[in-house]
Design a protein around this ligand. Structure first.
Ligand SMILES: Nc1ncnc2c1ncn2[C@@H]1O[C@H](COP(=O)(O)OP(=O)(O)OP(=O)(O)O)[C@@H](O)[C@H]1O
Length: 259
């Protein structure tokens, strides 16, 4: 498996996300039981964990879509739980959310899909400026030729790329990738991993990548954390996370290689 090289762009003096003692329960089911997490500027942080461990809940709390029950959640210098709805909307524009299903509008061309966030959030931009930024993000994801195609004409991997381009179009500081390789074949997955690293370098983003895919975790993660029983039980490089006798961690590793 490809191991990510040490990334010189990470600034360990600047935290873009800082979380302490985060708790979240649904009725009496405690999902997050006291989570601490930092994301440094320029870093790709992978969050691993089995289904239902609360990875999506975590990124929904970071982006203000869900309220924490307890704890401190600071994103880009703002304490998320204390923001007014307007301040939260402003913060969300700096967070790019790449959804699992790419969330493209099937009735719109690629160009129209990319214009959509600009029409809503960058009303002051001229058409020429819009066309320019569309060019930039399409080129960044390697799909300049798809400008006038419909999503239905694209492969799953291409739709994923357009989804990432659409997330990038508002030039977010933070990217949140929710299972970016889910449903893709291994070769296409490797291309998406490469794209995640390219985006980090080219757009200077800091990212949280939620995945079950260990090939992805190893290829894109500057640091990896594993969510187990509501807390981050392991963190470090990919190899450090798995250098343990903890059966739950070993089971996760072995399960990834079951045929
Ligand atoms: N709005 C909600 N109301 C009630 N329960 C919820 C809500 N959102 C999440 N949960 C519960 O919280 C737990 C964690 O869900 P979450 O979606 O974060 O899992 P996950 O780790 O992202 O899993 P997967 O990898 O399958 O997406 C699940 O048991 C889920 O049913």
């Amino acid at each position: 498996m490809e191991q990510k090289e040490i990334n010189p762009r990470i600034d360990r003096n600047e935290k873009v996300i800082s979380i302490r003692g985060l708790k979240k329960a649904f009725d009496d089911f405690e999902v997050l039981k006291g989570v601490d997490l930092d994301l440094f500027k320029g870093e790709n942080l992978v969050v691993l964990g089995r289904s239902g461990t609360g990875k999506s809940v975590l990124i929904k709390i970071i982006s203000g879509l869900l309220q924490a029950d307890e704890g401190y959640v600071n994103v880009l210098g703002r304490e998320v739980g204390k923001l007014t709805p307007k301040q939260l909307d402003e913060l969300r524009l700096k967070i790019g959310f790449s959804f699992q299903n790419s969330a493209l509008y099937d009735s719109m061309t690629v160009k129209e899909n990319l214009e959509f966030p600009l029409e809503r959030h960058a009303k002051q931009m001229t058409q020429k400026e819009r066309d320019k930024i569309i060019d930039v993000v399409l080129e960044a994801v390697g799909l300049s030729q798809a400008l006038n195609q419909m999503p239905s004409e694209l492969s799953g991997g291409q739709r994923k790329r357009i989804g990432i381009a659409r997330t990038l179009i508002l030039r977010p500081d933070i990217m949140l990738y929710d299972e970016p390789t889910a449903g893709l074949d291994p070769i296409t997955s490797i291309e998406i991993n490469k794209l995640i690293n390219d985006v980090q370098r080219r757009f200077n983003t800091s990212s949280i990548i939620i995945t079950h895919d260990l090939t992805c975790a190893r290829a894109v993660g500057d640091r990896v954390v594993m969510l187990l029983d509501g807390q981050f039980q392991r963190q470090g490089s990919f190899d450090e996370v798995f250098a343990t006798d903890d059966e739950r961690v070993q089971a996760f590793y072995n399960y990834n290689f079951i045929d």
